[in-house]
Each structure stands twice: as structure tokens, then as C-alpha cells.
Design a protein around this ligand. Structure first.
Ligand SMILES: [Zn+2]
Length: 139
């Protein structure tokens, strides 16, 4: 059994999961070791497989909604794929830039922004489609 020292995900020998009860029980015994989960490993390596660029006047007046959406999309995705993490979020030159450790998470963020706020979505794939650059704009 493994426990990730960074995000406290638990690996039961088959898959990584967030199970607080299992973790507490496990930590009382000796049958576990510290081991970075695939998500924290990617973050530690600085592996970025997707970048989302959010732009437009709409963002200035809806920043909280935008941040809430980012959080909820990331949380849902994390339960499907432990390795899908937000690596970094930065606001610069009037845009919000989100780097993710997972290409699909970047695509999903763009699609959910289009679904929630309409606007314009453009996805560009690079490196044999392993890397996605996602542009969402609404003025
Ligand atoms: Zn972790």
C-alpha cells in the first residue's frame, strides 16, 4: 500500500484514490510506504501537456464564476484520472493562463467554458496530439 505524501491519495496495489477513511486506517499500521502518485509526480517533473488561454472582457466581470468553473472541472476530472492536475494558473496581459498536466483536462476546461458561457473555443494540437493549446474568448 502506498500513500502520496503530497496529496494523500492512497494506492491499494491496483489504483490510486482519495479515500480518507482508508488512509487513516492505513497510517495507523506499518503496511504502507510514501510514494508520489502519478499526478504529483507530473507536477514535480513540471510536465505540462495542455495550456488553456482564457480571454475577453467577459472574464473581467466574471472572474469568480470562471475560477469556480475551473475548480469544479478539475475536481471531477481528478476523480477519473489521478494524473490530471492543474499545474499553474497565471493572470497576465489580460488573460488567464492555465497549465495542466493532462491534455484532456485542458480540452475539457475549454469545452466547459464554451458550454457555460458560450463564447468562442479553439483547440490546437501539437506533438502528435499529445499536447493541446486551448483558446477560449468572449468579449
Ligand atoms: Zn499525490
Amino acid at each position: 500500500m502506498k500513500i502520496c505524501p503530497s496529496c494523500y491519495a492512497v494506492n491499494n496495489g491496483q489504483k490510486w484514490d482519495f479515500d480518507e477513511k482508508a488512509r487513516e486506517k492505513l497510517m495507523k499500521g506499518n503496511g504502507w510506504e510514501k510514494h508520489l502518485c502519478p499526478g504529483c509526480e507530473r507536477v514535480a517533473r513540471g510536465q505540462v501537456d495542455g495550456v488553456v488561454h482564457l480571454r475577453g472582457d467577459f472574464l473581467d466581470t466574471h472572474k469568480e464564476e470562471a475560477k469556480n468553473l475551473i475548480r469544479s472541472v478539475a475536481k471531477k476530472k481528478l476523480h477519473k484520472n489521478i494524473a490530471a492536475r492543474i499545474y499553474h494558473i497565471e493572470e497576465k496581459n489580460g488573460e488567464m493562463v492555465i497549465e495542466t498536466t493532462d491534455r484532456v483536462l485542458a480540452e475539457r476546461l475549454g469545452k466547459e467554458f464554451e458550454k457555460a458561457f458560450s463564447g468562442h473555443l479553439d483547440i490546437k494540437w501539437q506533438h502528435d496530439s499529445d499536447f493541446a493549446r486551448v483558446y477560449w474568448t468572449r468579449d
